[in-house]
Design a protein. Sequence first.
Length: 364
Amino acid sequence: MDDLTWQMKLAEKKQRRQHELWILAALAVLFLGTGLWHFFYACTPEYALREIQSAVHHKDSAAIARYVNLDLLSSRAYDDLTRNMFADDTTLPPKTRVLFEKFYVLVKPQLIAGTKASILESVKAGAWAPPDGDNILKGRQLGIDYDYFIERSQLRNTEIIKVANIQRDGHSATASVEVRDTYTQTDFTLQVILEQQEDGHWQAAYIRNYREYLDTIEPLQNKDITAYLDATKSVVDSYNKKFQQQQQKFKSLTATAQGRLSTDQKTAIDTFLTNEVIPTLTERQDKLDTIDIPNGASYVAQLRNRSTELTIAAWQHFAAGIADDSQNELEIAESIHKEELDVDRRSEDIIKHTAINNNTPSIP
């Protein structure tokens, strides 16, 4: 190889190395720039809100716990909600109101902890997860109906439309979040306050105008509930009379001097429940289903439907227990009946809250 050829090869090799170095340098700058951009963007309220939306979509409860201050958010919302619950209740005497307020302060820690757990479980499930098992919030163990409490919070029927804008002020920011009440199709802008944490990431801390949202949506729902109760009043009145007559007949069929039902009585009770009571319950629900339900009364209509389903199931198990002398069937009937009573009380709470007079008949 002559000197000229050798020098040309060295020049080519040197040029190739320089080209490779330029590529490596460009990649380093690119990766460094991307990393710095991600680092700084991750320390913005915009990033936190995006992560919250992504967490809900991907059912990531850990991300929710990181980017939402559930303790503070639930605590502030609880205070706003309980104030809203008492604001329009003119039937409470001053002393009773004070007792109720003290009661809600007393049970606040349990409700906050339970609601936080329910929110995280609901994110995992992709749907609202009500308390179950031996959860203290199930039923009325704390002296309140937790399902009705959540319904009053509007949590289950509020959907996020978009984040309109974010205004940052030092280590806090206000996000204008447009939401919609799915019952009444009413739009509202929530002012969500975000706060920066020590490590730089942001958390949704509380909703500044949550009480205003409740005060806006609730009257619209109450109007629809009142309209629905008025529309169904004639059906409920008519069937209440039938149920009262059936109640008297049931007492007559179950009357016994010895404390035990005879075989003929058991047969008569089974026939009565199967051929009269259950068909009447089904018939009434069918008529209720033909009546248009205003959007804001959807929950009340659901409660009525659920009450009918539970009542029928309870009677079916009761009839089986009587016919077969099955203690297990009778216990199942009693358990279902207790659940049905909870649903009925929930419906009554709503009726009272919407200022419907006490003479308006509820589903028995």
